[in-house]
Design a protein around this ligand. Structure first.
Ligand code: TRP
Length: 362
C-alpha cells in the first residue's frame, strides 16, 4: 500500500497531525516487515449497509494484507456507533450479517481475526465512563469529524452519543490495547483523542494503556458511477454482493462523455478516469495502460472493459460469499467466538482499570 493518501494537500489545521501520522505509518510498515507478530491491529466498521468497491479497495484489501503479513487482528463491528447520526439503526441485524459476509468473503479469516460487536462486550462499554472523566466538553465540541458528520447527516442539534462517540471509539481501541489502527484521514482526530485519553489515564492513575498509532490508508480513489462521491444512497456504487448481471447493468448506466478516444485525465474527464482506475485496480495495471488499450473504443468500449474486469476479479469473492451465506448459522458462530474472546480481554482490561483507580473492592 502506498502510505500517501490519494488526496489533495492536508487542511491547514491538521497538517502537523497529518504529517506526523504519515511518518508514523511508514515506521509501522517497516515494523510489519520486520516483526509482524508484534503488531496488534484493530479495525472498525459501522454496520450501515452493504460494502461496495470503494470500501473494498479503500480498506478491506489492506486489512487482508495486514492479516496475511502476520499481524494480530481485531475486527470491530461498531453497532452502537450506527445510532450516532440517525435515530434508528434500520435492519441492523441484516447489516451486521452482510458486513461479516463481505469481509470474510474478501479474505478476512475468522480463525485468525477476532470479530466482535460493541453491543456484546459490556466491559468495553464500561470503559467509556472513566474515559469521559478525562475529556472536556470543549474538547469534544472541537472535533472536526464530529462536526462534519453532523452536517452531512443534516443534524442541527448534536446528541450526547454523537458528541461523545470519539471517547467510545477510544474504548474500542484501548480495551484490547491495540497499537495500530488503519484509518482514513477523517479518523485522525479520533485517533488523537484516543492517544490523549491513554496518556491522561496513565498520568492520573497508573500506566495501563499504550498510545495507538494510525496507519493511514489511501481512502478510496474511487468515485461513484455518476462521478459524485460514492454513496449507497445515491445508487452510484457497485456492491460486493451484486451479481455479474447487476454489475453490468450498473456499469451500463455509468456516466462517461462523448469523446471516442479514451484517455486518463482525472481533472478534465473525471468519470472516464474513474472507470479506468476501477479497471486498473481489478486488473493490477495502471489506468493509463487500460486507456491505451481501449484507444478509440469510446464509452461503450470502456464500460465493456470495466465490466469484465470487475466481474472477473470479484467472481471468487462472490462465489465464496454465496457459499457462506448458504449456511445460516455460520455468521452467528463466528460472532459468538469473537465476542467470547473480546469479553475475556475487555474484562481483564477493566479489572486493571479498576485496580488503577482504586476501585477493585468486591
Ligand atoms: N468511526 C469509524 C468509521 O466511521 C468506525 C469505528 C468505530 C472505528 N470504532 C472504531 C474505526 C475503532 C477504528 C477503530 O469508519
Amino acid at each position: 500500500m502506498s502510505s500517501a493518501p490519494g488526496q489533495a494537500g492536508p487542511p491547514a489545521q491538521h497538517s502537523d497531525t497529518f504529517r506526523a501520522a504519515l511518518a508514523r505509518s511508514a515506521e509501522i510498515e517497516q515494523q510489519l516487515a520486520d516483526d509482524p507478530g508484534s503488531l496488534r491491529v484493530l479495525t472498525g466498521d459501522r454496520p450501515t449497509g452493504a460494502l461496495h468497491l470503494g470500501h473494498y479497495f479503500g480498506s478491506i484489501q489492506n486489512r487482508v494484507r495486514l492479516q496475511e503479513a502476520g499481524a494480530e487482528m481485531w475486527q470491530l463491528v461498531a453497532d452502537y456507533q450506527v445510532i450516532t447520526d440517525r435515530e434508528v439503526a434500520g435492519d441492523i441485524a441484516g447489516n451486521v450479517r452482510n458486513l461479516l459476509l463481505d469481509n470474510i468473503a474478501s479474505g478476512l479469516d475468522p480463525e485468525r481475526v477476532t470479530i466482535f460487536t460493541h453491543s456484546a462486550v459490556p466491559a468495553l462499554n464500561q470503559l467509556v465512563l472513566p474515559f469521559l472523566s478525562l475529556v472536556s466538553v470543549a474538547e469534544l465540541q472541537r472535533n472536526p469529524t464530529v462536526k462534519d458528520e453532523a452536517s452531512a447527516a443534516g443534524i442541527t442539534s448534536i446528541g450526547g452519543l454523537l458528541l461523545t462517540y470519539p471517547v467510545h471509539q477510544a474504548a474500542d481501541i484501548l480495551f484490547c490495547k491495540a497499537g495500530v489502527v488503519p484509518v482514513g484521514r477523517d479518523q485522525l482526530p479520533h485517533l488523537e483523542q484516543t492517544r490523549v485519553i491513554a496518556r491522561r489515564f496513565n498520568d492520573r492513575f497508573a500506566v495501563t494503556f499504550p498510545e495507538p498509532a494510525a496507519l493511514l490508508s489511501s481512502t478510496s480513489l474511487l468515485l461513484g458511477l455518476d462521478g459524485a462521491k460514492m454513496s449507497k444512497s445515491r445508487h452510484n456504487t457497485i456492491e460486493l454482493r451484486m451479481s455479474a448481471d447487476e454489475t453490468a447493468k450498473r456499469l451500463k448506466g455509468a456516466k462517461t462523455d462523448s469523446e471516442r478516444h479514451i484517455t486518463f485525465d482525472p481533472e478534465g474527464r473525471p468519470e472516464v478516469s474513474n472507470l479506468l482506475t476501477l479497471a486498473a485496480l481489478c486488473e493490477g495495471t495502471t489506468p493509463e495502460q487500460v486507456a491505451e488499450e481501449i484507444g478509440d473504443g469510446g464509452g461503450g468500449g470502456l464500460k465493456k472493459r470495466v465490466t469484465e474486469a470487475v466481474n472477473t476479479y470479484f467472481a471468487p469473492v462472490r462465489a465464496r460469499r454465496a457459499e457462506l451465506e448458504a449456511d445460516a448459522s455460520y455468521v452467528d458462530a463466528v460472532l459468538q467466538r469473537g465476542n467470547e474472546r473480546a469479553n475475556e480481554v475487555a474484562e481483564a482490561t477493566l479489572d486493571e482499570v479498576r485496580e488503577a483507580m482504586g476501585m477493585s473492592y468486591r
